[in-house]
Design a protein around this ligand. Structure first.
Ligand code: ZN
Length: 596
């Protein structure tokens, strides 16, 4: 991983105002800049960029962070991607990840080049008036037009043995790298030839928009109907989704409509895009994997999985659906009528009919229930047991307790069993699972969720420390043993403490601090505190004194409460001596609080 120094350096060279204004027009407003927020819909600007602190924050939707967070959110990049982009912008070399040697890196780079050149070549074939004729006729027959060909970079591999091979060789690619790409293969007789011949070509792009593989389809009924290029260092089937590079741009970054459609075939996916469903992606001949779902989660909150009419209800599809719930993503299911795939549906019945079907898609729970009721008989006890155990298995993986509650109630009603008995079965199952797995993956209980709320006084204190680090020392002098009850507050406060030891309290800047916070949620939290403004040093000092007084008051209230409890206990035990002792302390504490 990149060292903290490099992160600090890249950050200090990239002025947040310059970077953001390349995406969003900023207007000066006092010491800050403002704009209408790119992350939510609004008419009056509440998106602020602060050049002093090098942070941004939206008072409307609450997003915020530093220059890295902005790129991560706007361009939907990971932290390493954002770091790389910003480093390039200011010409700072960033050391690559250690596990790839320079040689491996250049091999990967060459693979991308082979695929990109092949893509251009296949596209040219398709557009060629003579060569491309049969493929264009096929696409026209399936009613795909020019714009689909362009948007999806469709191409054509003509039915010859070494058309691509000769082209790429002339371009200067060596035989070894061509064989490594899988687009050129070698027979047992050591003859070298093209993998794809006489097929319409569908390039597969990664989410960054680089060609990493191809799917090829024959025109007629020859087999195999579809052929995919093999897995390579740049292409892993279980990680990639067709058209994700397009779909991710179609899904809004915030709000209600963060939904993605998942279909099975390229043609289905292209047909949906061409008819206004630009949020569609396709799996590449595999069932959904955890890697797919983790990636989708970056762009969408809910997925609608569309099954062809004759495929629904397979065991494999149910497994795929559970994955979404495990990752905390909503999932709905649409089973098309018998004999229809999404392509047929849109072509034959029209896009309105498709939109209506998507609107009527089933909640995951109803779908699973329907499948299981079809498979087992709920009126015999063995069938009932099968159904409940399959559901409890799923519930044990759902992270949201609210959702589990709702589903449990529904299941009890449908099966005509006691909700309590289902719940106790579920608890048993969870206990068993958490015994098997580490505590890491255990669902978070509701109480812990509530405890996450950060107490206001602690928050304000942290805000003051972020603005003026010497407050940290001053606070610790008054409260040497203080233990924070807010999780994020504690985390960031400890980090400040640690960094002051390292840099000294005069040298700790907000951006250095933000660079060390790895968790985006905590970073947003810190930025929100950094957006607080005090009109003068005196005002700020006043606020600090208020916080100290408030915390002292809280501490005193806590001690008084404990003492009242101790007095009652001593009375019950009949220990008069102890009662008097506690009473005296109580009185002392009370009179002290008056003088303050
Ligand atoms: Zn906003």
């Amino acid at each position: 991983m990149a060292s903290d120094q490099i992160v600090d350096q890249v950050q200090s060279l990239n002025d947040i105002v310059e970077v953001i204004s390349a995406y969003v027009p900023l207007r000066r407003a006092g010491r800050s800049f403002k704009a209408t927020c790119p992350f939510h819909q609004e008419k009056t600007p509440s998106f602020m960029v602060n050049p002093d602190k090098q942070i941004f924050h939206c008072f409307g939707c609450g997003v915020g962070g530093d220059v890295f967070s902005f790129l991560m959110k706007y361009e939907r990049m990971t932290f390493p991607e954002a770091l790389k982009r910003l480093a390039e912008r200011v010409h700072v070399p960033v050391p690559e990840f250690k596990h790839s040697s320079p040689e491996e890196r250049s091999q990967t780079e060459r693979l991308y080049q082979v695929y990109s050149a092949a893509n251009e070549f296949y596209r040219r074939n398709l557009k060629d008036l003579e060569l491309g004729k049969p493929a264009r006729a096929y696409l026209a027959k399936r009613s795909f037009g020019e714009s689909e060909m362009d948007i999806f970079h469709l191409g054509f591999a003509i039915p010859e043995w070494s058309h691509l091979y000769e082209f790429l060789s002339k371009k200067g690619f060596g035989e070894q790298e061509l064989l490594r790409s899988g687009l050129i293969v070698r027979s047992a007789q050591a003859r070298t030839y093209d993998l794809f011949r006489g097929r319409v070509m569908f390039p597969i792009f990664n989410s960054q928009g680089k060609v990493i593989a191809f799917g090829g389809r024959v025109f007629g009924d020859e087999t195999p109907k579809y052929l995919n290029s093999p897995e390579t260092p740049i292409f892993r089937k279980r990680k990639e989704l067709y058209a994700l590079h397009l779909a991710k741009r179609a899904i809004p970054t915030t709000g209600e409509a963060r939904r993605i459609l998942i279909v099975e075939g390229y043609l289905d996916c292209i047909r949906l895009h061409a008819n206004g469903f630009q949020n569609a992606v396709a799996t590449l001949g595999t069932s959904l994997t955890p890697e797919h779902v983790q990636m989708l989660k970056r762009y969408a909150d809910e997925a609608t999985v569309i099954f062809d009419g004759d495929k629904a209800g397979e065991q494999a599809s149910l497994r795929g659906l559970d994955l979404f719930l495990e990752e905390g993503m909503g999932v709905r299911v649409l089973c098309l009528p018998k004999g229809f795939d999404p392509d047929d549906m849109v072509r034959v019945k029209g896009k309105e009919a498709m939109a209506e079907l998507i609107g009527q898609s089933q909640d995951f729970f109803d779908f699973k229930l329907q499948v299981l009721l079809g498979r087992y008989n709920k009126s015999d006890s063995l069938g009932l047991l099968k159904i409940t155990s399959e559901f409890l298995d799923t519930f044990s993986k759902i992270k949201s307790p609210v959702l589990v509650d709702r589903y449990l109630r529904k299941l009890a009603v449908t099966l005509g069993v006691q909700e309590n008995s289902l719940r106790s079965e579920l608890n048993k199952l969870r206990a068993k699972l958490s015994g098997l797995k580490s505590a890491r993956s255990e669902p978070r209980p509701l109480a812990a969720e509530l405890r996450k709320a950060e107490p206001p006084l602690e928050k304000l204190l942290l805000g003051l420390v972020l603005h003026y680090p010497p407050y940290l020392r001053m606070f610790q002098e008054v409260f040497p043993e203080y233990s924070f009850s807010g999780e994020k507050t504690r985390e960031i406060f400890n980090l400040c403490h640690q960094m002051i030891q390292e840099y000294g309290e005069r040298e700790l800047s907000p951006s250095k601090l933000l660079n060390r916070i790895k968790n985006e949620e905590s970073k947003t939290f810190a930025c929100r505190l950094l957006m607080i403004e005090w009109s003068s040093g005196t005002d700020r000092e006043q606020a600090f004194q208020d916080v100290l007084r408030g915390l002292r008051g809280q501490e005193r209230a806590g001690r008084l409460k404990t003492l009242r409890h101790q007095i009652v206990q001593a009375e019950e035990a009949g220990n008069q001596e102890l009662v008097l002792k506690y009473m005296k302390t109580y009185q002392e504490l009370l009179s002290k609080s008056d003088s303050h």
